[in-house]
Structures are given as structure tokens and as C-alpha cells.
Design a protein. Structure first.
Length: 151
């Protein structure tokens, strides 16, 4: 959340400092093919979650020790550590539930970097869970992957 607020504040500051009549575009609209690619990957990942396939779910993430997952009280570094975190935190179908997403914003931060903001909902017998997320996607070797998940 702090990252998102910092980026938003920076955008407003840059726009406010512009004394010229032309406008500055700090964040641009995501190309339709990039957005479709990300949405397709998120849907495939969601389906894997709902089947209990965490390895399949994690295919949207950059398979690197540099990938980061920021949860409520922790920062996890690396694809394998994040996978283990999911497996430990959701040990059964009752804990995992049925995942759904609501996407709110897609913003192109750079040619190879996209910010996705949305919310998730887990429908679970043990009690539903929901929250917001911001995902930083980066094009790496021609593929779009999540490098930072802030949920």
C-alpha cells in the first residue's frame, strides 16, 4: 500500500509541477494485447488455485529468488519461498476455498512494466477471506510475469 501511495503521490507532484500548457503522462494505458495476456494468465492461475494446484497457480510469478511477495505482516523473497508460504497457509480445500478476482486498474508504468490493482475473494466453508492487491508485472524474456505481489 505504501508503494502505491508513493507512486500516486509522485504522479500528482509531477503533474502539479508542470507549468507548461502541455500535459505530462506519467502512467499510460496498457496496450489491449498486454492486458489480455495478463488477464489470461490470471484466469489460468485462478483455475489452478481452485483445483489446489499451487505450482500451476504460481506460473504467473517470475521464477526467481528476486521475486517478492508482500503480505500483511511479512515480505517473502523468491518463487520457492512464496510457493511454500501458500502451501503452508492453505493446507486444505476448506482453507483454500474458491478464488475470484475483481480487477480495478491496469497502468503501464514503462514499456516493460505494468501495475495491476484489484481485489480478491475466497469463498470458504471456514469463513470467507478477501482483500486488495497490487501486482507489478514485468516483461522478462518476452513473457509477462509478476515480480512483486502486494496482497
Amino acid at each position: 500500500m505504501k508503494i502505491l501511495l508513493s507512486m500516486t503521490l509522485l504522479a500528482f507532484v509531477l503533474l502539479a509541477c508542470n507549468t507548461q500548457p502541455q500535459s505530462i503522462t506519467v502512467i499510460t494505458t496498457v496496450q489491449p494485447d498486454v492486458k489480455a495476456n495478463i488477464l489470461d494468465q490470471m484466469e489460468a492461475s485462478r483455475q489452478c488455485w481452485n483445483k489446489g494446484d499451487f505450482v500451476g497457480y504460481m506460473q504467473v510469478y517470475w521464477q526467481s529468488d528476486s521475486m517478492q511477495f508482500m503480505g500483511l505482516n511479512s515480505l517473502t523473497h523468491g518463487w520457492n519461498s512464496t510457493l511454500k508460504r501458500y502451501q503452508k497457509g492453505y493446507p486444505s480445500a476448506d482453507h483454500r476455498g474458491i478464488l475470484s478476482y475483481n480487477f480495478k486498474h491496469f497502468n503501464q508504468l514503462a514499456d516493460d512494466c505494468v501495475l495491476v490493482i484489484g481485489s480478491f475473494h475466497l469463498e470458504r466453508p471456514i469463513g470467507n477471506a478477501e482483500g486488495n492487491f497490487s501486482l507489478i508485472w514485468k516483461r522478462i524474456k518476452g513473457e509477462w510475469k509478476i515480480i512483486l505481489d502486494h496482497t
